[in-house]
Write a protein that binds this ligand. Sequence first.
Ligand code: ATP
Ligand code: MG
Length: 439
Amino acid sequence: MRLSRYFLPVLKETPSEAQIVSHRLMLRAGMIRQEAAGIYAWLPLGFRVLKKIEQIVREEQNRAGAIELLMPTLQLADLWRESGRYDDYGQEMLRITDRHERELLYGPTNEEMITEIFRAYVRSYKDLPKNLYHIQWKFRDEQRPRFGVMRGREFLMKDAYSFDIDEAAGRHSYNQMFVAYLRTFARMGLKAIPMRAETGPIGGDLSHEFIVLAETGESAVFCDKRVLDLPIPGDETNYDADLSEVVTQWSTLYACTEDVHDPARYEAETKPEDRLETRGIEVGQVFFFGDKYSKPMKAVVAGPDGAERPAQMGSYGVGVSRLLGAIIEASHDDKGIIWPEEVAPFGVAILSLKAGDPAVDAACETAYAALTKAGKEPLYDDTDERAGGKFATADLIGLPWQLIVGPKGIANGEVELKNRRSGERQTLPLDAALKALGA
Ligand code: ATP
Ligand code: MG
């Protein structure tokens, strides 16, 4: 992409309404625009990151055996009356009436709808297990939308729903999602720690929240810091095998949010030098809740003995749009964002220090063509802004690499390559720089 043709409305001033660094940086880097409280337009740069995060989530869901579909954002109120949640959900639910006076709602989650879909088609244990997911906008009329995309009212969520014949199989589905989440967040460069959690309005008795540690997080957390060094399951993970060992390994060391924190147990189970008390951001949550929805909604399947029983269910959410904020909270400096490679909106910034100079233009064009061809997604700053402004923008938007092309260097056939994270700069021939970037 050539910056002169792109839409990147960066802000020079720090927006005063933003209280935390990720919100400030997303506004300054021209990633989002607030359209109403907790409702954002995703500008091109933000949209690219959102899509990358979504794709990692999708790949890891698919790898774990979940199947993607897409349910609508609007749902019938009657469906929620079947589970009893229509009244329980309260003011967080956005209720809508259509021209025929039919009551609808903008879905805050999809347990009811997926249960309705399941019961319409599945009758036998032979069709199980099934885990169905979608990546869809949700609406929750949060009392205090804040911190930008971290606590929006409209937000993008991945939600998966598992159906099994009995509790043991249901727990295996839970373990599959637990392991998939460890991999998903690690691929985004995050350390997300599973912590025992309360089940809240979703219900059930088994749940973990995946928490990214950050001082600006909304919940206080208490954990044994050795949990930070546990190994992430690799590409070779066999999701059909018993995964309980991995889950046990990751859920044994003490790790709790304030809601379920037990000071006496904390003291008994951790050594003083291992204690870590900080704050965290919830980026995902997994639940196993058995027949909480399948029973009232009569989603029953026949077992091998021919007898019908309610399906055993779990649900598994990831805050796709919240993840942008969480990643920035975990990875930035005073100059701007530092994107982990896997989610960076572009792979490398090509900074022309003298647009219009024939030798500089030619070198930039060569680099742009080669990097594009190699799939490195370059963003070529071909504008006539002064060098200082270009450096500031490149640091602000946080692409992993900057390829700096100036007239003096090019006279010697050389360019500069800067790593955004380490700040390290090296001067080298253009060819060598392109090779270092994988082109
Ligand atoms: P929270 O405790 O932060 O309000 P929740 O527990 O109500 O979240 P879940 O029902 O577990 O949320 O939803 C799954 C995921 O969706 C959460 O782990 C979180 O990452 C994300 N999420 C929930 N509410 C919001 C929101 N208002 N804005 C952005 N993301 C959200
Ligand atoms: Mg939650």
